[in-house]
Structure formats: structure tokens, C-alpha cells
Design a protein. Structure first.
Length: 160
């Protein structure tokens, strides 16, 4: 998934009638691909910024993050909570992931603004601060996805 159209298509295909781990895997893959693009942008700062890549990332970031978070919170997490049957550790992990969603969404808003400014050639963007923001965001997203895949989904038997 390397273009905005692909992300829009993925989000328009969000399952509404059941939990689809296949869809969630595709969504996580799309997020990880976006993280790679964000890392490329961070590595290109300050002198070799691909403005088109910045605009693509800015346009993709909020819809993808929000879409995946809504799906997890509306479909995946309730299923896990029903399966937990009072498992306090699982309930606490889900609560932590929900809190991380809020943080990620706020961070993504700020990052979208910075990426838009970089993409439009705004020379007033502090490259060091932008690089720090990018790295902080994509590393957080990668950790979040790894935790969900390794402990939340596999640990409950939902994923293979």
C-alpha cells in the first residue's frame, strides 16, 4: 500500500459485520509502510526532502491512524474483552492501547501539519525538531503494532 488511493480503498473496505484479522493485518501493513515513508523523510532532512512524499504522508496519516484505531476500538477490543473473561492483564493492556490511540492521534495531527509544511517547501520548519517528531511517531507506531500482534492477538488465539 504505497499510495493514498490504496489507503482510501483499504479504509472503505473496513469490515462492519465481523472482526477480520486479515483486514487488520493489511491495515497494520499499510501503517508499517507509512512508517517506512516517514523514516525516509526523517533520513532526508534537512537538505534532501522529497516534498511529494511529505504531502502523501500528510494526506494519508490521519485517515489511516483514525480508521485503524476506530476499527480496533469498535470491533477488535470488544471481542478481546469478551474473550478475556475477567483476565485483568488483558483488560489493562486494552486500556493502555486505547490511551496510546489518543496519544497517537494527537501526535499525528501535529505531524500532519509539519509534513504539509515540509511538502509545501516551508523553509521555517526546524529540520531537527521535525526529524525528532517523525522518529518518535513511527517508532511508537511500530512498537504498538508489534505488541498487538505478539501479545494481544496471538496470546488470545485470534492470530496464528
Amino acid at each position: 500500500m504505497t499510495d493514498y488511493t490504496g489507503i482510501a480503498r483499504l479504509l472503505s473496505d473496513t469490515p462492519t459485520d465481523a472482526v477480520s484479522l486479515d483486514w487488520l493485518k493489511k491495515a497494520h501493513d499499510a501503517q508499517l509502510t507509512l512508517c517506512e515513508a516517514l523514516e525516509d523523510i526523517a533520513d532526508s532532512l534537512p537538505a534532501n526532502v522529497n516534498r511529494q512524499k511529505c504531502m502523501y504522508a500528510a494526506k494519508s496519516l490521519m485517515p489511516l491512524v483514525n480508521g485503524i484505531h476506530r476499527y480496533e476500538e469498535d470491533a477488535v477490543f470488544p471481542l478481546l474483552e469478551r474473550m478475556a473473561c475477567g483476565d485483568r492483564d488483558l483488560s489493562e493492556s486494552i486500556a493502555r492501547l486505547k490511551f496510546e490511540h489518543v496519544e497517537d492521534e494527537c501526535f499525528a495531527e501535529e505531524l500532519t501539519d509539519t509534513l504539509t509544511r515540509l511538502g509545501s517547501g516551508d523553509g521555517s520548519v526546524n529540520a531537527e525538531a521535525a526529524g525528532y517528531m517523525l522518529r518518535g511517531f513511527f517508532e511508537s507506531i511500530r512498537r504498538h503494532i508489534a505488541f498487538e500482534q505478539q501479545f494481544m492477538l496471538r496470546g488470545t488465539g485470534l492470530a496464528s
